[in-house]
Design a protein around this ligand. Structure first.
Ligand code: NOJ
Length: 447
């Protein structure tokens, strides 16, 4: 058996600014939402002080060298809004522009494709103070920031994403209270989603009008939801979960509307902003690719609860990675085929996929990450299978290129990195998986 990949396949890795940069008070940076709430409620962030992460801000040159050594073809990272607009929507911080400009140069000089997100869990705190994503002016603030980034970096960045995992940053933050600003109001969650989608359209349209060579989209968290039984009601419930969770974004980004099945629920439709349909129709502009993060599947069962009429389970028969993700490599194949069939012809990029293991405190042992080697192999095989079955998949970004601050979801307690970070000394050392992935990239195929 062998598992080929397209000749120009972009093997890569990803991480985000607020999870590895540290340097929260350097270069004129303003406070972001995680820094602000960490000071108030460190326990909500599992004690993970964002100012004491991997110090990427100071070490990026040597880190990029190591990533080049691994042979990465694409690197995905974030520009931190609060480094570019530290105090409000008007005043640009030149030191922030200079830092990202140098970082992008380093990535390009290393021969890698540069993929940048504009927003990855790190809203400036002033955005929250002024009303957050649900504020009518949010779109203006975001567009001004995006325009500054396009002008400063657009000549060198190949792929842009307006937002990473908007489901978490809109529904998670406004409807379920999971992350900042910790609101629990479904109507606000749907308003945040709608505002973010309209903002996304505006930014995509602006980018296109500026005449750059790159592509633009958003990065979505997509879960394949399987039915727990053969009962058609359970099967329909699984489909509904996919529509509710990621279909809202996918349909808005590629079809200019919300999934029909959800609009049949009056409580859902009635909570949407009044002119949602017309606003989507009038402002729609298709995105260039589907960027999606795949970690785990979900399993659904019908229940008559008067809402979306289902509940979700983890499948107890599948093993967990310690971080809480159920491992199911085949889910990646299923997703690629699902996306290929539902949005034909759209380029597919796996923008995140990885495994988080709880640290046990022996750094040497923690470098021998055979579990990550297996994880990589199995997931890459599924991508190859999907490619051979016709899925237009062009990239795979492993999460993460180095150990992270998992923020509200785990602080520094979990290892996601191909490179280990010693958070005491800030030393970074390649793990076994780093060497394995290097070989895969060299060979252009997985074993
Ligand atoms: C997805 C998020 O984009 C990223 O910030 C996080 O660290 C990973 N999931 C792993 O939990």
């Amino acid at each position: 058996m062998n598992f080929p990949f397209p000749k120009d396949f972009l093997f890569g890795a990803a991480c985000s600014a607020c999870q590895i940069e540290s340097a929260c008070n350097e270069g004129g940076k303003g406070e972001d939402v995680g820094e602000h709430y960490f000071k108030l409620y460190p326990e909500k962030y599992c004690g993970g002080d964002p100012n004491n992460s991997a110090d990427f801000y100071w070490h990026y040159r040597e880190d990029i060298k190591k990533l080049k050594e691994m042979g990465l073809k694409i690197l995905r990272f974030t520009i931190s809004w609060s480094r570019i607009y530290p105090n409000g929507p008007k005043e640009v911080c030149q030191a922030g522009i200079d830092y990202y400009s140098d970082l992008i140069d380093a990535i390009k000089e290393a021969g890698m494709v540069a993929f940048f997100d504009l927003f990855h869990c790190d809203l400036p705190y002033w955005v929250i103070e002024k009303g957050g994503i649900i504020d009518p002016e949010f779109s203006d603030w975001f567009c001004a920031y995006a325009k500054t980034c396009f002008e400063a970096f657009g000549d060198r960045v190949d792929y842009w994403a307006t937002v990473n995992e908007p489901s978490i940053n809109c529904m998670g933050a406004y409807a379920y209270g999971i992350n900042a600003p910790f609101m629990k109001d479904m109507e606000k969650g749907l308003l945040a989603t709608h505002n973010m989608i309209l903002t996304h359209y505006r930014v995509v349209r602006m980018y296109k009008s500026m005449g750059f060579h790159g592509k633009i989209s958003a990065v979505l968290h997509v879960q394949p939801t399987y039915s727990l039984s053969l009962d058609p009601k359970d099967i329909a419930a699984a489909d509904r979960d996919m529509e509710f969770y990621s279909g809202v974004w996918l349909d808005a980004m590629f079809l200019g509307r919300y999934p029909e099945v959800l609009l049949k629920y009056p409580w859902y439709k009635d909570k949407l902003p009044k002119n949602y349909e017309k606003e989507l129709r009038d402002n729609f502009i298709p995105s260039d690719f589907i960027g999606f993060n795949y970690y785990n599947p979900a399993f659904a069962r019908y229940v008559d609860n008067g809402e979306l009429d289902y509940e979700i389970f983890a499948n107890q028969e599948l093993s967990q990675d310690g971080y809480g993700f159920v491992q199911y490599p085949q889910g990646l194949f299923d997703l690629l085929m699902y996306l290929k069939n539902k949005y034909p012809g759209v380029e597919l990029m796996i923008t995140e996929n990885g495994v988080g293991k709880k640290k046990w405190g022996n750094l040497e042992e923690e470098r021998e990450d055979d579990y990550r080697v297996t994880y990589l192999r199995e997931h890459l095989r599924e991508i190859s299978r999907a490619y051979q079955a016709g899925a237009p998949v062009t990239a795979y970004c492993h999460w993460s290129f180095m150990d992270t601050n998992e923020l509200y979801a785990g602080g520094y307690n979990y290892m996601f990195g191909l490179m280990q970070v010693n958070f005491e000394t800030k030393e970074r050392i390649p793990r076994k998986s780093f060497h394995y992935y290097k070989k895969v990239i060299e060979n252009g195929m997985v074993d």
